[in-house]
Design a binder for this molecule. Structure first.
Ligand code: ADP
Ligand code: MG
Ligand code: MG
Length: 922
């Protein structure tokens, strides 16, 4: 077997092989090979990392040290510098980079190769003593921290002390002597902390650094990040190490360092975006130590460099055909590109750049659609500040990640996590954030920092997560120890509510109302392209006229599920529903139903009107009757209370309070009652009613209500209930039809297990239809169909289709039935372990189960269409809004998916993507 190649020069590595070279390494190779100015360097492969981590003794893989030497020699030749040389020393950076970009997750060491000898060489060569000492102190600290594991605080202490002595605020105010002193102190720190002198041999430095990068793959930060973002070994396994010749942005005022995006990642606007610092190195821009300048200022300050930068931007975008996030350094008038990767951006920016790049001809429409993650679109439906609000901001920072959020101020990540876990809304407030704060981001509604720019750690991470962020709000002085912050004249404490607006950069004390966002024109365009391509239609689940309007606004092509029981639960309806349930005779029940009929008819009319001419699928009553009654325990408690009252009428206040018990569903606030009704008779009457209810609750009690007397089983045993609902639907349609409004009601029967059930309900429907048609003198156009949510129904689909114009999979119930899992118990008790141990790949209540539930669905679709080739089939469970599930639905030939309104845009895009990636489906 030929020896494995562990190292690739930038001139030879395959720019497409991110798995082997990591994203950063692959792009450094690619950029080098297309002629961009990248400092010479090489990549140590992710395979070397895995090999290293696989051996307990932590030895570099065999052959790697030799390959490294060979490649360093080649760098020496290319640059004319010498690694460890006292005259013209070669310095390198050692940078991590895995297949998936994990910003700030692993550490980079700059200026490696420095020691007392090479430092004097560097100083001699540049004639810049200050620069030399500055580079050295940075290296000692970074190397000490990353490779030797020394806490930063040991170094920071000395650094701050010297700054204080010198009376300067920023490092830029320190002179060569100060920095030399700092280096001396830092070298002492290393000896104290490790018991050994600082390693002088550059090859030894390099070996320790490479090992440190390899080890960082297993570090807590990286592991947490991969878990949170579900990065599996198939997506990224091990980190590569990039060794890159150092270039210096801190050699003087003709030097600079910066980071940029080829387009604005906050808005998507087609303008170069970014920030730079003159006379600075590496991480100064990102770390938020000095507030950098917007890149547009470079046009005046360094016009020739700006021209080159624009050229670099154009080359990057036309080559990668994607927005790039890049890093560069200018060393004495030469521009070097140090990194590029596909830009992370928020949903609004992604949508806008997709539409614009397609319109510019850079991408095809299909590519543009595939470029947007459907789930992201939900971010666009995040609230923004009520434009009518009158509050004045207490501070303004940079609008670093759009969206508005309110929550309690917390001053460190651990506390944010603690409160966030307890269900509180918090805003993480920091001077600046660091990678170790990441858990605080997850727990917070938004992030506020008092230092740093739009490319600071806080901004980048918040944007990646789609959370609002205001960065660099310099008016705020954070005092973590005192758990408070000062803003001008005022202060706020930990626990005080703040509102931040990441779109404007404003910060407010107190909570400000938010409003739903509107669809941008770009989003409308993107979704219109989606609809033109998708085969699946997208419907919404909606139960009220307001929800129906929202569904239309979100682009739903109809209502796929309108649940009638939600209407039963309305405060003024519930007493009538209870009356119906308590009825002892058919007559009594009919009386109650007669009262409900006009109410339901009115609801349907309004919904149909909003949706016209789109179809609306109305599901007949589904839950068991006892769901509309209080529980036994509640009733017993109330009875006891009433009885006490009856015996001992104690004061009007108490009685007023207890009277609410006469009205099921009424709340404390529904008071007050007139005083003349306050008498003992009334209480006695209430007691009788409660007793009646208690008896009924006991009669209706079910061991397993989910599998009990519900759905069509109610329709069979109490035909008058279903008849009333059918009548309400058809009369609503008839009345609208007479107004000249097109409606297509669809009557849907839940919980069906056999064709016989459906046949019976269909019969009622036809009888009611005839009455309604006669009464209104219209001919009705409606459809009749069934839910498919029991296992047996899917297996009886062929016969069931004989009575149904459509099927709608209720995948929540179907999943429960197929697994014999009850959702709550499963999710709370054992599913997490099932998933962690790989017994199940996903939570089947979130992602449609490919191996079981989907097979049942497939059988039902095929068998149903044998009888009725034009059978309309859809899905109305929660899976209908889940992109991967939508892909399955497309594949088995469903006609539509139905989901909650805010998921409708997600589903529309996912439906288009399912079509576009049809050939890759497996
Ligand atoms: P990250 O993944 O955290 O961005 P990088 O490896 O990109 O880490 O490096 C951190 C900083 O150091 C960046 O600002 C980068 O531009 C800078 N840097 C890395 N290598 C070099 C180099 N060879 N010369 C100059 N600056 C460098
Ligand atoms: Mg970088
Ligand atoms: Mg159901």
């Amino acid at each position: 077997m030929a020896a494995q190649q562990w190292v690739y020069a930038f001139t030879e590595g395959d720019g497409k092989d991110k798995k082997l070279l990591g994203g950063k390494g692959a792009n450094l190779c690619e950029m080098t090979q297309i002629g961009l100015n990248v400092p010479p360097g090489f990549v140590i492969t992710t395979q070397a990392c895995l090999d290293y981590l696989a051996h307990a003794e932590r030895q570099l893989p065999e052959g790697l040290p030799d390959e490294i030497r060979t490649h360093i020699r080649s760098l020496e030749q290319q640059t004319g510098k010498v690694f460890g040389g006292a005259d013209n020393p070669l310095l390198v950076s050692v940078r991590s980079g895995s297949a998936m970009s994990m910003p700030g997750m692993m550490d980079t060491i700059l200026n490696l190769g420095l020691n007392d000898d090479t430092l004097s060489g560097l100083i001699q060569q540049t004639g810049n003593e200050r620069f030399g000492w500055d580079a050295y102190r940075r290296f000692i600290q970074l190397f000490g921290h990353v490779a030797l594991g020394i806490a930063d605080s040991h170094f920071d202490e000395h650094f701050d002390a010297i700054k204080r002595q010198a009376g300067v605020k920023a490092d830029i105010g320190l002179d060569a002597e100060h920095l030399e002193e700092i280096c001396r102190l830092f070298l002492e720190v290393v000896e104290e902390q490790t018991g050994k002198p600082f390693p002088r041999d550059p090859y030894q430095q390099l070996e320790l650094a490479v090992k440190a990068v390899f080890n960082s793959w297993r570090g807590k930060r990286a592991v947490d990040y991969r878990r949170e973002f579900k990065i599996t070994p198939e997506m990224a396994n091990g980190t590569a190490v990039n060794v890159v010749t150092m270039v210096f942005g801190n050699m003087g005022n003709d030097c600079a360092t910066g980071v940029g995006f080829t387009r604005d990642p906050g808005t998507g606007e087609n303008v170069m975006f970014g920030e730079y610092l003159v006379n600075a190195q590496g991480e100064d821009v990102v770390a938020g130590i000095r507030t950098p300048k917007p890149v547009s200022e470079m046009a005046d300050e360094m016009p020739e460099m700006y021209r080159q930068l624009v050229e670099l931007r154009n080359k990057l975008e036309s080559h990668y055909r994607e927005v790039q996030d890049f890093e560069y350094t200018i060393e004495k008038g030469t521009l070097y590109c140090l990194q590029t990767r596909n830009g992370k951006m928020n949903a609004a920016a992604r949508v806008r750049t997709s539409v614009e790049m397609a319109n510019e001809g850079l991408l095809s429409r299909e590519e543009a659609l595939l470029r947007v993650e459907p789930d992201m679109l939900e971010q666009l439906l995040h609230p923004r500040l009520d434009p009518e609000h009158k509050s004045t901001p207490v501070a303004t920072g940079l609008p670093a990640s759009p969206g508005a959020a309110a929550g309690k101020a917390v001053f460190d990540a651990d506390r944010a996590e603690l409160l966030g876990r307890a269900g509180q809304k918090v805003i993480l407030v920091r001077e600046e954030t660091k990678p170790e704060d990441i858990h605080g981001f997850f727990a917070s509604e938004g992030i506020l920092t008092s230092r740093g720019g739009k490319t600071s750690h806080a901004a980048v991470v918040a944007r990646g997560m789609g959370k609002p962020c205001v960065a660099g709000a310099e008016g705020i002085v954070v005092n973590v120890k005192a758990r408070m912050a000062a803003v001008g004249e005022t202060t706020f404490l930990e626990g005080d509510t703040l509102t931040i607006d990441g779109t404007t950069g404003n910060v407010y004390i107190g909570e400000i109302a938010t409003v739903d966002p509107e669809f941008s024109d770009n989003l409308k365009t993107l979704l219109a392209w989606s609809d033109a391509i998708a085969r699946l239609q997208v419907m919404a689940n909606a139960d009220t006229p307001a929800a129906a309007q929202k569904a239309v606004d979100y682009g739903a092509q109809g209502i796929g599920l309108c649940r009638t029981e939600r209407m039963f639960n309305a405060v003024e309806r519930l007493p009538v529903v209870v009356e119906m349930i308590l009825a002892d005779t058919l007559e009594e029940r009919r009386d109650a139903l007669d009262k409900l009929l006009p109410m339901q008819r009115g609801d349907f009319k309004e919904i149909f009107r909003v949706m016209s001419p789109r179809p609306v699928t109305v599901r007949l009553l589904d839950p068991p009757m006892h769901e509309f009654l209080p529980t036994e325990a509640q009733l017993l408690e109330e009875l006891e209370h009433l009885q006490k009252l009856h015996v001992n009428m104690q004061g009007i206040g108490e009685l007023v309070g207890s009277l609410r018990l006469l009205r099921p569903g009424a709340r404390h606030t529904d008071m007050p009652a007139p005083f003349d009704v306050l008498n003992a008779d009334l209480v006695a009457e209430a007691i009788t009613k409660k007793r009646q209810m208690l008896n009924k609750v006991r009669v209706l009690y079910e061991v397993n209500p989910m599998l009990g007397h519900r759905g069509v089983r109610l329709g069979i045993t109490y035909p008058e209930i279903y008849r009333m609902q059918i009548q309400a639907v058809l009369e609503a349609a008839a009345e609208l039809q007479r107004e000249g409004i097109d409606v297509i009601p669809e009557i849907m029967v839940p919980q069906v297990i056999s064709p016989e059930e459906l046949k019976i309900v269909k019969q009622y429907t036809e009888e009611v239809q005839q009455q309604v048609e006669r009464h209104y003198d219209v001919s009705l156009n409606y459809r009749f169909g069934t839910m498919m949510e029991t296992v047996r129904s899917t297996l009886r689909a062929e016969r069931i289709a004989g009575y149904a114009d459509f099927f709608s999979f209720g995948t929540n119930d179907l999943t429960q039935a197929a697994f014999s899992f009850s959702r709550e118990d499963a999710e709370n008790k054992f599913l997490p372990q099932y998933i962690a141990r790989g017994i199940l790949r996903d939570n089947p209540f979130e992602a449609l189960d490919y191996n079981g539930v989907l097979k049942l669905m497939n059988i039902a679709v095929k068998d149903g269409r044998k009888v009725r080739p034009d059978l309309k089939v859809g899905i109305c469970g929660e899976h209908g809004g889940h992109p991967a599930s939508i892909r399955h639905c497309h594949h088995i030939g469903l006609s539509y998916v139905s989901c909650s309104s805010p998921r409708v845009p997600v589903a529309r895009l996912a439906a288009a993507q399912a079509m576009l990636t049809e050939d890759e489906y497996q």
